[in-house]
Design a protein around this ligand. Sequence first.
Ligand code: SF4
Length: 370
Amino acid sequence: MLYPAMTAPALLEAPAPTRLWTPRRVLVTRSAAERPHGQRVLARLEAAGVSDVELLPGDRLPSLRGDDDRAAFMAAKDTMALVVPPPSKRRLQPIPPSADFRLDLAEGCPAHCQYCYLAGSLSGPPITRVWADLDEVLDGLDSYVGQGRITSGTLERGGEGTTFEASCYTDPLALEHLTGGLARMVAHFGTHEWPGPVQLRATTKFDDVAGLLGLPHGGRTRLRFSLNAASVGRRFEGATSRVDARIAALGAVARAGYPVGLTIAPIMPVEGWREEYGALLDAVAAVLPAGTDLTVECITHRFTPGSKETLLDWYPRTKLEMDESRRTPKRGRFGSVKHVYPKETMAELRTWFEAALADRLPQARFLYWT
Ligand code: SF4
């Protein structure tokens, strides 16, 4: 499929974003303030009216203490740091089967999902660290093209080329109005002369897509929206954009010619789940233009002992079901354990989703169920 350099203005309408984060405090290290991307972020922070921006004399972040753990958690969640990551973070890590490589714009997320998949995987206070060395990272990507298990054929998937995932440790659209980093990546992937086929991938629970619609994306970025049953979104996905707003944003980027995707996650067998997930798939089908390049990833809810402990610490009054006696342990290679739904529940969910997707979104490419 050929993509125009710019998409026709008539197709570029996006509803106003329903959720924009304003950090209470921003910490900027000296090295970050010197980088071109750091300076662009500083200009955006000023334009967004973020007032508490602290330029640090060096590259160490101060410790973020509150009166108690809860206060420290809330303070950290409301803090953004603009930093240059250590060089060790700049060797891209392989992450099959989701993508060939992780390509991080940031680490941390300002939203409050009570099942957050970052719980237990990031250490330290949950501040959102935005990386200021984006230009250097983009300049160094050519050497990864043709590498990785998916692109080398072990896990070949639909001729996507070498895939780079931008949302492993953050939600890029949650930060886009403050950083512009995702737009810069999309334009780079769309216009750079690559030594082979590539694809940038990002997934989001936000709807701030207006700045992406007119970009010369070249069909090389797949924007996926993390969607769920309406009641799961309402109860457990605090400070994200509403599910219906995400679906509207999905429609807008699909009309702008982006390949798109659904990340249906975390799937939960809540009361009336067939009706709720059926309504979700119907709403998605209603906004997608004919011929949309659509993928679907389905991830059922699971937790580990570590993530449960962290989440109960963060959200002590959560009603999220994390009851080991109602789950089946799934053991990993290094003795790790995940608590997943029992086999019968998994089979029931999977059978229903496969049939519902084939019926409601027949053009979708189903990538995986887990
Ligand atoms: Fe965690 Fe994603 Fe929710 Fe952010 S949007 S809190 S990263 S699950």
